[in-house]
Design a protein around this ligand. Structure first.
Ligand code: ADP
Ligand code: MG
Length: 338
């Protein structure tokens, strides 16, 4: 099922939470809405779900597979929803929690007990909790509870899965595991999925495409590689990872140079005109790359990431005077007024 969102705005009083947003999600895609807190992600997701109505406009529409659903209620849209704090029914076992959406169907469309059992067991296999069917939510870890919440949303065979920071309340290690798990699950079931997150690493790892949002508007839409390596603007570059900002004169014009820490190099002799003299203030070798903090002559703080073997070769020490040199191809320029 594809999703098309057309010219959607949403105001709360005089505050505009969404400002003329349009986007398209292909059948089977996993698309993330990524942006800082308050950027309108949840509001957009709730409008797709039918839990919130957009501002009235001739041009606006929410379309599933060519069918305009703008006036259809949430329960008729066939969406599965998982929130950050998804309250499972405490007095029901894992099995019954997952079965719930099928059990409450009107008699005419309710599956038989055998069919429900087979369906729930299949979902338990999918979330890798086959052995915990009889447990109660209080006997599960946070990560296990969110997997049950996902199975519960999937039980009704939703046309679309909407996830609002589903791992937001869990600690970093569990989140990482669940991200990979979600990606594998999605490739197995390929239900069209929209995931809301403020965590750029999560979005970069799990998404087919990322929609970067800020102040109720879309800043950029693209694959993880595109938004990371070809950011449309300063906001996207800054939001998707650490960035160094330099002010410089390039070909007579004032420019802002934005360079990621791993797109900078450290050299001990001035290799080119663009090499900036700087003094090392801190070296942190914990992690997959060595993080070297420096201060330029102009007083700018600079962060450079270099591979461990390069660091060993250079034999860098705090206090060393070196040169920082950008790898030309990856520099992001921005004109600015002075
Ligand atoms: P996000 O999910 O990106 O953090 P939200 O969509 O929840 O952002 O909210 C976007 C903005 O709209 C926020 O400033 C929020 O305070 C405001 N907002 C959201 N829902 C309501 C509401 N029901 N009433 C008033 N303001 C709201
Ligand atoms: Mg939100």
């Amino acid at each position: 099922m594809s999703i098309e969102v057309r010219n959607i705005s949403k105001s709360f009083g005089s505050f505009r939470a969404l400002d003329n947003v349009s986007l398209h999600v292909e059948q089977g895609e996993l698309v993330s809405l990524l942006g800082p807190s308050g950027s309108g992600k949840t509001t957009l997701l709730r409008i797709i779900a039918g839990l919130e109505t957009p501002d009235p406009s001739q041009a606006s529409a929410v379309i599933f597979d060519g069918e305009n659903l703008t006036t259809l209620s949430a329960k008729d849209r066939g969406v599965g929803f998982v929130f950050q704090h998804y309250a499972l029914f405490r007095h029901m076992s894992v099995f019954e929690n997952i079965a719930f959406g099928l059990r409450v169907r009107p008699k005419a469309t309710r599956p038989s007990d055998d069919v429900i059992k087979a369906k729930v067991m299949e979902l338990l296999r999918l979330i890798q909790l086959e052995n915990l069917a009889e447990r109660f939510p209080s006997q599960l870890s946070g990560g296990q509870r969110q997997r049950v919440a996902l199975a519960r949303a999937l039980a009704i065979e939703p046309r679309i899965l909407l996830l609002d920071e589903p791992f937001g309340a869990l600690d970093a290690k569990v989140r990482q595991g669940l991200r990979r798990w979600l990606r594998r699950l999605h490739s197995e079931i390929t239900v069209t999925t929209v995931l809301v997150t403020h965590d750029q690493d999560e979005a970069l790892e799990v998404s087919d495409r990322i929609v970067v949002m800020n102040h109720g508007k879309i800043e950029q839409m693209g694959t993880p590689e595109e938004v990371f390596h070809k950011p449309a603007n300063e906001f996207v570059m800054d939001f998707l990872g650490q960035v160094n900002l330099f002010h410089a004169r390039v070909e007579g014009q004032s420019r802002k140079l934005m360079v990621r820490p791993f797109d900078l190099d450290i050299v001990t002799t001035k290799s080119s005109d663009s090499a900036v003299p700087a003094k090392i203030t801190r070296i942190n070798a914990a992690g997959s790359a060595v993080k070297v903090e420096l201060t330029s002559e102009a007083g700018d703080a600079i962060l450079v990431e270099i591979p461990h073997d390069k660091h060993r070769g250079l034999n860098l020490k705090v206090g060393d005077a070196v040169f920082v040199s950008p790898r030309e191809s990856k520099v992001f320029f921005e004109d600015y007024a002075i």
